[in-house]
Design a protein around this ligand. Structure first.
Ligand SMILES: O=P(O)(O)OP(=O)(O)OP(=O)(O)OC[C@H]1O[C@@H](n2cnc3c(O)ncnc32)[C@H](O)[C@@H]1O
Ligand SMILES: [Mg+2]
Length: 202
């Protein structure tokens, strides 16, 4: 019997977990996340960049499990807000991490900003860490604009207020298949593909 390859994703975010499951199933790899483990720690994100935070999360969980682990640190970068919410995307409206409150805060801050100044991008850093390797980081992004109100019911996080330039639609109106073609997460994972197979034979 062929054993399916498995990888641990160091996330507690259900939206990310679902996307990784979909993205990796196309590569015939099964994903486990911290939501599947009983007492996974909350790793503090003390870095100053997405890359640093992804590294911190991947190394913490890899050290704990002794396995190869991938961590995702991502967020929304808005030009008019000097890059905010950026690495603070999850806790923009407070440490309790509420997507709806985060969106409300962004909409309020962007209230009087004209269309051509509403440019933004989703950014994703993926770090891979394992027992016999140096941690490796790849990144991906997805360009867009901040909508003036919520649109669509798909996706998670800030998707309802993000208009994706490619394919020219609100992110939350894309099916998961469509989002997985153009997202920052898919772009980053694509940069990991050259080494994915190699990872399983370390
Ligand atoms: O750290 P983990 O456990 O992975 O989960 P998290 O939700 O705290 O994840 P981050 O620290 O990376 O913060 C990411 C933030 O950016 C948002 N975000 C990331 N990717 C997104 C996407 O594809 N669509 C919408 N929002 C996204 C997400 O909702 C969070 O608020
Ligand atoms: Mg986090």
């Amino acid at each position: 019997m062929k054993v399916k390859k498995q990888v641990i994703i160091a996330t507690k975010n259900k939206g990310k977990a679902k996307e990784f499951e979909e993205l990796f199933s196309a590569l015939n790899v099964e994903t486990l996340t911290l939501l599947d483990l009983d007492n996974a720690p909350d790793v503090e994100e003390t870095g100053n960049t997405f890359e640093e935070n992804a590294t911190i999360k991947a190394e913490a969980i890899s050290n704990m499990t002794g396995k190869i682990v991938i961590a995702d640190d991502s967020g929304l970068v808005i030009d008019e807000l000097d890059g905010r919410p950026g690495i603070y995307s999850a806790r923009y409206a407070g440490e309790h991490k509420n997507d709806e409150e985060n969106i409300d805060k962004v909409l309020l801050e962007m209230k009087d900003v004209p269309d051509k100044k509403r440019t933004a991008r989703f950014f994703c850093a993926l770090a891979v860490s394992g027992p016999n390797m140096d941690t490796m980081v790849v990144t991906g992004k997805c360009e867009g604009k901040i909508l003036t109100e919520r649109k669509g019911a798909n996706g998670f996080g800030y998707d309802p207020i993000f208009f994706a330039i490619d394919p020219g639609k609100p992110m939350a109106e894309l099916s998961s298949e469509e989002k997985n073609k153009i997202s920052h997460r898919a772009a980053a994972l694509n940069n990991l593909k050259p080494i994915i197979n190699e990872l399983f034979y370390r």
